[in-house]
Write a protein that binds this ligand. Structure first.
Ligand SMILES: O=C(O)c1cc(=O)[nH]c(=O)n1[C@@H]1O[C@H](COP(=O)(O)O)[C@@H](O)[C@H]1O
Length: 231
């Protein structure tokens, strides 16, 4: 059975829970994602714990955002753990993105464009020129120019970005919710089927899977809907 192009966000309060979720979902998905909550609590050891025996691909989501020299040092430090992806904020600018790319040559640097939790009115409040689609395209173009080989955007922008950046850039979409499920703190959302049909390569899904009483079954169910979407 092929693994669905899903990165399960292991946003757990403790390592035991994260490792259990990882064990349950890895038969069904390609990737597990370690974010700030786990990494700040447990540090590098968390990567080996969630990779487990399966050797599943690990996405390290630290959303680095600092001056280029500091980001280079941070990317070098975690690049040794060989995550498949490492996130940086595209708003850190081209020199920062390039510094991360050069410091972690074995990892795909994924530039986060506009957080999926932000609405048009949030963009206005922080003084970012919108609409969101335009901001995402602007940030994506400068990220790719700076050497990023992956981009994080919402499912709303993925079709336009695919047309803009071509087939070789990995497009990653959080803000994914199965039809009828709670959007929680996400603002720009779509279903897994829609995100995939619009050109996403990897769907980041957390609580719809990990909040389920049976995360393995939830991951398998979403994976099955994606198999029906793929031509
Ligand atoms: O970089 C990310 O993964 C990310 C970027 C973004 O714009 N929005 C976003 O939700 N994420 C992450 O994707 C995951 C979404 O989780 P759920 O909302 O529970 O599906 C969380 O771990 C977020 O940190």
């Amino acid at each position: 059975m092929t693994h669905a192009p899903i990165a399960v966000a292991l946003d757990a309060p403790d390592l035991e829970t994260a490792a259990r979720w990882a064990d349950l979902v890895t038969p069904h998905v390609s990737t597990v994602k370690v974010g700030l909550e786990l990494y700040l609590r447990y540090g590098p050891d968390v990567i080996a714990s969630v990779r487990g025996a399966s050797g599943v691909q690990v996405f390290l989501d630290l959303k680095l955002h600092d001056i280029p020299n500091t980001v280079a040092g941070a990317a070098r430090a975690v690049g040794r753990l060989r995550p498949a992806f490492l996130t940086v904020h595209a708003a850190g600018g081209p020199a920062m993105i390039r510094a991360a790319v050069e410091a972690a040559p074995h990892t795909k640097i994924a530039a986060v464009t506009v957080l999926t939790s932000l609405s048009e009115s949030d963009l206005a409040a922080i003084g970012m020129a919108g609409p969101a689609g335009d901001a995402v395209r602007r940030l994506a173009a400068l990220s790719v120019e700076a050497g990023a080989t992956a981009l994080v955007c919402s499912p709303h922008e993925v079709a336009a970005l695919r047309a803009e950046v071509g087939p070789d850039i990995t497009l990653i979409t959080p803000g994914v919710r199965p039809a009828g499920s709670d959007t929680q703190d996400q603002a720009r959302v779509a279903t897994p089927e829609q995100a995939l049909a619009d050109g996403a390569d990897l769907l980041v899904i957390g609580r719809p899977i990990t909040g389920s009483p049976d995360p393995g079954a939830a991951a398998a169910a979403i994976a099955a809907t994606l198999r029906r979407t793929t031509p």
